[in-house]
Design a binder for this molecule. Structure first.
Ligand SMILES: *[C@@H]1O[C@H](CO)[C@@H](O)[C@H](O)[C@H]1NC(C)=O
Ligand SMILES: *[C@@H]1O[C@H](CO)[C@@H](O)[C@H](O)[C@H]1NC(C)=O
Ligand SMILES: *[C@@H]1O[C@H](CO)[C@@H](O)[C@H](O)[C@H]1NC(C)=O
Ligand SMILES: *[C@@H]1O[C@H](CO)[C@@H](O)[C@H](O)[C@H]1NC(C)=O
Ligand SMILES: *[C@@H]1O[C@H](CO)[C@@H](O)[C@H](O)[C@H]1NC(C)=O
Length: 189
């Protein structure tokens, strides 16, 4: 019942919280690359954003080396022991991320041109040029960028388990309402 309001509230918050500029720029760059290959534009996927953020936080603070990020030799990517926790934080499970692509890159100071070429001119280009991907989530932490690509198939859609998200949202709206009322009371004092 609280759903439309909830979506509105969450949308507004997600919008506010988004680190915009540089990740927007990277998504634009990736989409120009796809346009040059006559591929569809990737649309931002909030669940992919969430997962990208969780993974970026795990990498944050790790230095860039020639074996991290886009320089990783295929098959040697760092595995996350707590990957299931990262997923559940975003109300996802491994079923809906099987076909997704998770691509971390490490670029000192996140130099815009180097970040883009770390995606379009590395092993990652093989995922970026794949027509099965339709959505993307991006996040930055420290020197790290993480891009998560989603498909429109059940195995890569990154759709949350039904029910969990809306329950969470109702609780969230409740907390937000209490917060707003408290602020209002403080202001009226
Ligand atoms: C993209 O489409 C245009 C027009 O249909 C065509 O001329 C061009 O060769 C295509 N490029 C690629 C990379 O397929
Ligand atoms: C990474 O760099 C180290 C030292 O700079 C070098 O010895 C090693 O061969 C490099 N590894 C790769 C995979 O390029
Ligand atoms: C990726 O970024 C690193 C900096 O961390 C840079 O040295 C490297 O040349 C970049 N790779 C590509 C393919 O752009
Ligand atoms: C996508 O990129 C990979 C790696 O660069 C290449 O092997 C493959 O042929 C490309 N596929 C398309 C459809 O362009
Ligand atoms: C993951 O979630 C999907 C969608 O809600 C569900 O169909 C699937 O059974 C779940 N898989 C696991 C392993 O929990």
């Amino acid at each position: 019942m609280a759903s439309p309001l909830c979506i509105l509230l969450l949308g507004a918050l997600v919008h506010l919280a988004r680190s915009d500029d540089s990740t927007d720029q990277l998504l634009k760059g990736i989409n120009s690359y796809r346009a040059s290959l006559n591929l569809s534009t990737l649309t931002e996927n909030d669940n992919a954003d969430c997962l990208a953020e969780q993974i970026a936080k795990k990498f944050k603070g790790q230095p860039c080396t020639n074996t991290t990020g886009a320089n990783t030799v295929p098959g040697t990517e760092q595995q996350f022991p707590d990957y299931p926790d990262l997923l559940s934080h975003c109300h996802l499970n491994a079923t809906v991320t099987q076909d997704a692509a998770i691509m971390p890159a490490c670029v000192p100071e996140l130099n815009t041109d180097l970040v883009l070429s770390n995606y379009t001119k590395s092993q990652y280009s093989g995922s970026l040029n794949d027509s099965k991907f339709v959505g993307a989530g991006l996040a930055e932490e420290g020197d790290w960028v993480v891009v998560v690509l989603s498909t429109n198939t059940p195995a890569g859609s990154l759709s949350p388990a039904t029910g969990v998200g809306s329950l969470h949202c109702v609780a969230f709206s409740y907390h937000l309402t209490v917060l707003l009322l408290t602020l209002l009371l403080l202001l009226l004092k």
